[in-house]
Ligand binder design. Structure first.
Ligand code: PEP
Ligand code: MN
Length: 336
């Protein structure tokens, strides 16, 4: 249920509704908007919420039949802007996050970070904990990798996005990084989602490779319901019968998510296509379709990458892509 307050409701009236709902045993999330305050109500027997229609300051009580509430447009009609240090995700600027799939060495990260910074981008990606399909593949450098990323942040003033795969790595990632990535394979790891909800760091929530948009938004709801409203959604391709690409990039997720939810959405053209040569066209298509950002794998020497080399751009190709994205962003009324 959602309680929509009148535009002229006083803070005391909002507080009276909040106190009454808590007293009735509900969990309550306030969303103070520019126009009016909206109160999200979660709990059992929510028909009881209709009672507050009689209280001062209430415009209407609206039932929400979707399986998610706090991430829905009904609860928060304006798009959310997620602040990561000086970077705003969900505003007019298209935020491009770039860097290697995995942190492999100090030299590799510094070289990539230097180029990312030189291109005027503000977020560096790189995995220190790698959820690999094969147990024999490189599993990541762990905390040592996080320290390298943190050094790149100090040196270049970049924000860091990196993946947490379990509770222990989450503790470390929340300490060293700026954005906690929850990977496709963990999108329905509900205990991890709850724990991420209890951190104060912005979260990049990737879509599970077999997840519907509703399931993905419910995963986001877990994080927000547990206390962390700073969720950025990331479409990274889904499994279909097509086998030429690594996954099928669902670009239609951009307008669909924007209609259903207020959360920003970024596109990962690297894991979706699986091939460096297809990354640039899909990155441009994503910007044209209204994505709030991109996350792109780039490596100083993709031929020697310990993970996802075939889909990684080399650094000159990253540069070429960023230049073309800037031209395109201007055409669609955005900056980059
Ligand atoms: C990654 O970003 O390196 C990664 C493992 O992505 P995904 O979870 O989308 O496969
Ligand atoms: Mn990867």
């Amino acid at each position: 249920m959602i309680v929509v307050m009148r535009h002229d409701a006083t803070p005391d009236e909002v507080e009276a509704i909040r106190a009454r709902l808590i007293d009735d045993g509900f969990r309550v999330h306030l969303s103070p908007g520019v126009e009016r305050t909206i109160i999200g109500v979660i709990g059992e027997n929510t028909e009881r919420v209709y009672g507050v229609s009689a209280m001062a300051g209430v415009e209407q009580v609206v039932p929400v039949h979707r399986p998610y509430k706090l991430v829905s447009r009904e609860f928060h009609p304006d798009p959310s802007v997620i602040h990561v240090g000086p970077v705003a995700v969900g505003g007019n600027r298209v935020v491009v996050m770039a860097g290697p799939c995995a942190v492999e060495s100090r030299e590799q990260v510094m070289e990539a970070a230097g180029v990312v910074n030189g291109l005027g981008l503000s977020v560096l990606r790189g995995g220190a904990y790698k959820p690999r399909t094969s147990p024999y593949s490189f599993q990541g450098m762990g905390v040592e990798g996080l320290k390298i990323l943190a050094e790149a942040r100090e040196r270049y003033g970049l924000m860091i996005v990196t993946e947490a795969v379990d509770h222990e790595s989450l503790r470390q990632v929340a300490e060293w990084a700026d954005i906690v990535q929850v990977g496709a394979r963990n999108m329905q790891n509900f205990e991890l989602l709850k724990a991420v909800g209890q951190t104060a760091k912005p979260v990049l929530l990737k879509r599970g490779m077999s997840a519907t948009i509703d399931e993905w938004l419910q995963a986001a709801e877990y994080i927000v319901a547990h206390g962390n409203p700073n969720v950025i959604l990331c479409e990274r391709g889904i499994r279909t019968y097509e086998s030429k690409t690594r996954n099928t990039l669902d670009l239609s997720a951009i307008p669909v998510v924007k209609e259903l939810s207020h959360l920003p959405i970024v596109i990962d053209p690297s894991h979706s296509t699986g091939h460096w040569n297809w990354v640039a066209p899909m990155a441009r298509a994503a910007v044209a379709a209204g994505a709030d950002g991109l996350i792109i794998e780039a490596h100083p020497d993709p031929s020697r990458a310990l993970s996802d080399g075939p889909q990684s751009l080399n650094l000159p190709h990253l540069e070429e892509l960023v230049h073309s994205l800037r031209t395109l962003a201007e055409v669609v009324g955005r900056t980059l």
